[in-house]
Write a protein that binds this ligand. Structure first.
Ligand code: AMP
Length: 310
């Protein structure tokens, strides 16, 4: 039985940055998420690929011990996405999206997935996220991700998916778009009124903000020497975050804050190489070392208030 399951895209990406280019490499939200989460716990993928999906990618995922019993293989083309980044790597242009077999994807959970306590609904059509929510029996924590496309075209369905989720991850621009307000705190409150008890707002190189019923917390991204490709940062953040939570089972505010730092640490490796290259070799020890670096990076001794005001 998998402790953590993810439904999302699995596909081939062509990536262009100001420094580099890679063609038809392993991509998709489920790939990034699963590689990250597997550093912590057992993870099972629910996704679809076509008959052109290289066996080497399947071998990589299976070789890591990722459960692929929920992976469907259909005749036709695998999901393909091409994206380009400029010097401001917080913004990207989608050059091409070809859904291929993903267009007719109907997620079907193997029985061994239905009792998974932790569920990540990566960015796919909200009706498919709802279908997975309906198939899991009694999950402990359901985390939902989405994107601008679904806010624009499927807002009601997305709101329904939110209603059945406990935590939502979303980027700053999309949170503002969903709520129609500039304040991220107000936008998070609007999202929480739909169901989630907590919202994690992703701000790219500026880190993440957690807004929950128990309080508010902010974590900067680590300051890296070399940023090559931000693709998959959000999904591998979610993998580190939810992987850690499912390993510890600690969903207190303190536990969730720690999980957020694990997500941050894992994502910091993802962006240091093209595609999922770095994630494929990443070890838990390397993540722990970066977790410790993060403590150094963000700790300071506060002067007492009376001393500060003299
Ligand atoms: P992230 O950078 O974390 O937002 O995720 C990047 C991954 O999302 C890439 O590997 C793409 O293959 C995948 N992706 C891009 N657009 C879509 C889409 N419309 N539906 C599902 N997955 C997508």
């Amino acid at each position: 039985m998998s402790t953590l399951i993810v439904v999302g895209s699995l596909g081939l990406d062509t990536l262009e940055t100001p420094f580099d280019r890679a063609e038809r490499v392993l991509g998709g939200s489920a790939a990034y998420f699963a590689l990250a989460a597997k550093l912590y716990t057992d993870v099972g993928i629910v996704a679809v690929v076509g008959d052109d999906f290289p066996e080497a990618h399947v071998d990589l995922l299976a070789g890591k011990g990722i459960d692929l019993s929920g992976l469907q293989r259909e005749p036709g083309e695998t999901f393909f996405w091409a994206g380009r980044y400029h010097y401001d790597m917080n913004a990207r242009d989608t050059l091409e999206t070809r859904l291929g077999v993903f267009a007719d994807f109907r997620p079907t959970l193997p029985d061994s997935y239905r009792d998974a306590p932790y569920v990540f609904l990566a960015n796919i059509l909200p009706s498919l996220q709802i279908s997975v929510q309906e198939q899991v029996r009694r999950p402990r924590l359901v985390v939902l991700d989405s994107m601008n496309l679904w806010i624009e075209t499927q807002k009601d369905q997305l709101t329904e998916a939110m209603r059945r989720s406990n935590v939502m991850t979303i980027n700053d621009e999309e949170a503002r778009q969903y709520a129609g307000t500039f304040s991220l705190r107000a936008a998070a409150r609007t999202i929480m009124e739909q169901g989630p008890r907590a919202v994690i707002i992703k701000k790219g190189e500026h880190g993440v903000i957690l807004i929950s019923e128990q309080g508010v917390f902010g974590a900067p991204a680590l300051l890296l020497e070399d940023v090559k490709d931000p693709t998959g940062a959000g999904d591998s953040f979610a993998g580190g975050f939810l992987g850690y939570l499912s390993e510890t089972g600690d969903t207190s505010f303190t536990g969730v804050k720690r999980a957020l730092i694990h997500g941050t640490a894992v994502a910091s490796f993802t962006v240091e190489a093209l595609g999922a290259e770095r994630l494929a070799t990443l070890t838990r020890e390397e993540v722990e070392a970066r977790y410790r670096e993060f403590i150094e990076f963000t700790s300071f001794e506060a002067a007492s208030i009376s001393a500060a005001v003299g």
